[in-house]
Design a protein around this ligand. Structure first.
Ligand code: 5GP
Length: 201
């Protein structure tokens, strides 16, 4: 069986990453890796579904055991991608999406050059500000912090293989599937295809 593709998927807060993933995960060839974190669960979050919520001690133990493919600190909390689970899902042929921030994403790109990296960007910072205000879940201060963070993250978007601008959800999801499909058709990803074609002459 063909192995699945490891996909790094990053987006600043307010770029519609969650809604995009909801659509993408309707395709059963895709799954998202459940990270471990030291942050407390938010209302409605379920342990083992949204994250594995663990203590800082346990997190540090896993770091020294080499249990994470990458980990990073973000807003005072640690987040890490469990190596074993990701590898098992790839072996099963699943395309595994890592929904991670940029520092961790860059670590994965260096460690796993076979990973496909995709950055989801807002059409503009002004539009992102408008969306965050409309969502109304954050105070003015937090919105401005997130805008600053988003600008820093967008500045690193050129390190990713692809940038998808999420202006209209359907188009952004289509772009995602087109990118993955085009990657599957790359000649260097299908060494067997030429032999198969010639064999049937
Ligand atoms: P939140 O606390 O809002 O769920 O996530 C904060 C940030 O951490 C988001 O940008 C999210 O993509 C990122 N994140 C979640 N899991 C991981 C992980 O395993 N590794 C890294 N590097 N970032 C993560």
């Amino acid at each position: 069986m063909n192995k699945g593709r490891l996909i790094v998927f990053s987006a600043p807060s307010g770029c519609g990453k969650g809604t995009m993933l909801e659509q993408i995960l309707k395709d059963e060839k895709f799954c998202v890796s459940v990270s471990a974190t030291t942050r407390s669960p938010r209302e409605g979050e379920v342990n083992g579904v949204n994250y594995h919520f663990i203590s800082r001690d346990e997190f540090e133990q896993r770091v020294s055991d080499g249990g994470f493919l990458e980990y990073a600190e973000y807003c005072g909390n640690l987040y890490g991608t469990p190596m074993k689970e990701v590898n098992e899902m790839l072996e099963k042929g699943m395309n595994v999406i890592l929904e991670i921030e940029v520092q961790g994403a860059i670590k994965v790109m260096n460690k796993r050059p076979d990973a496909l990296s995709i950055f989801i960007a807002p059409p503009s910072i002004a539009e992102l500000r408008r969306r965050l205000h409309k969502r109304g879940t954050e105070t003015e201060d937090v919105i401005e912090q997130r805008i600053a963070q988003a600008s820093n993250e967008v500045a690193l978007a050129a390190k990713y293989d692809y940038i998808i601008v999420n202006d209209a959800l359907e188009d952004a999801v289509d772009d995602f599937f087109h990118v993955v499909r085009a990657e599957q058709l790359r000649s260097d990803k299908r060494p067997e295809i030429i032999a198969d074609i010639i064999k049937n002459s």
